[in-house]
Design a protein around this ligand. Structure first.
Ligand code: MN
Length: 232
């Protein structure tokens, strides 16, 4: 990272370069940030780029950027393509010794897993305990039964300034869920990592247009997304 990086955000026409081409060029130039297809206007790209002034200008020219505005440097540590699925996510409601919800995110061939005693929330003011548990084999997916339902599932995108899995190793990972019930940005923040004890995290809904302040999604939508059953 140069001593005095600059940052710009721009819209671009993917007729000049696709998101993957912009990302490849950014990495070759050594600039950081992200590119994504504009969710509101799929004919455009959104680009956030930060780094050395000359390299930033070269990337903006390569992407044929329009409506460019200078923004604060955010301290990205990668140049990521956003809006692309990183894999599957599952939330299973599980009545075991203690009732909980299992959150699983597919990463590098395993399902990283957390047990949430109170389940996830769509209210950004609520932080839900998520105890890290053993990785799950994606070849042995959660199956519905007397003590388990698939409460939600879908795909997720990796977000944040730090690449995965390093973001998880550092204890702060941002992601976007595309489920039936859970949608939009979330964060997992590790609060305790002690040898011999399971790592404790908090799962927090980010403040975006999918957030539902005051809601209680597990109470309001208790049914399986597969069978329509509840655990009762
Ligand atoms: Mn479980």
């Amino acid at each position: 990272m140069p001593a005095r990086p600059v940052a710009f955000r721009a819209r671009a026409n993917p007729g000049a370069a696709t998101a993957a081409q912009v990302a490849g060029h950014a990495r070759a130039l050594g600039v950081l940030g992200w590119v994504r297809v504009d969710p509101d206007e799929p004919a455009r790209l959104l680009v956030h780029v930060e780094g050395d002034t000359d390299a930033v200008e070269q990337l903006l020219a390569f992407a044929a950027a329009q409506r460019t505005e200078r923004v604060a440097v955010e301290g990205h540590e990668q140049f990521a393509v956003r809006g692309v699925s990183a894999g599957a996510f599952v939330v299973a409601e599980h009545r075991a010794t203690a009732h909980h919800y299992d959150l699983r995110l597919e990463l590098d061939g395993v399902m990283r897993s957390w047990a949430l005693p109170r389940g996830p929330s769509m209210d950004p003011a609520i932080k839900r305990l998520a105890v890290q548990v053993q990785d799950h084999d994606p070849a042995r997916p959660d199956v519905e039964g007397a003590s388990k339902i698939i409460w939600d599932r879908g795909s997720y995108e990796q977000g944040g300034r730090v690449p995965w899995p390093e973001a998880l190793d550092r204890g702060h990972a941002v992601f976007v869920l595309h489920g039936d019930k859970l949608r939009g940005g979330f964060a997992l923040q590790r609060t305790r990592a002690r040898s011999g004890a399971p790592a404790q995290w908090l799962m927090i809904k980010r403040r975006d247009d999918r957030a539902r302040p005051g809601s209680d999604v597990t109470a309001a939508q208790p049914r399986s997304v597969i069978s329509g059953r509840t655990l009762g």
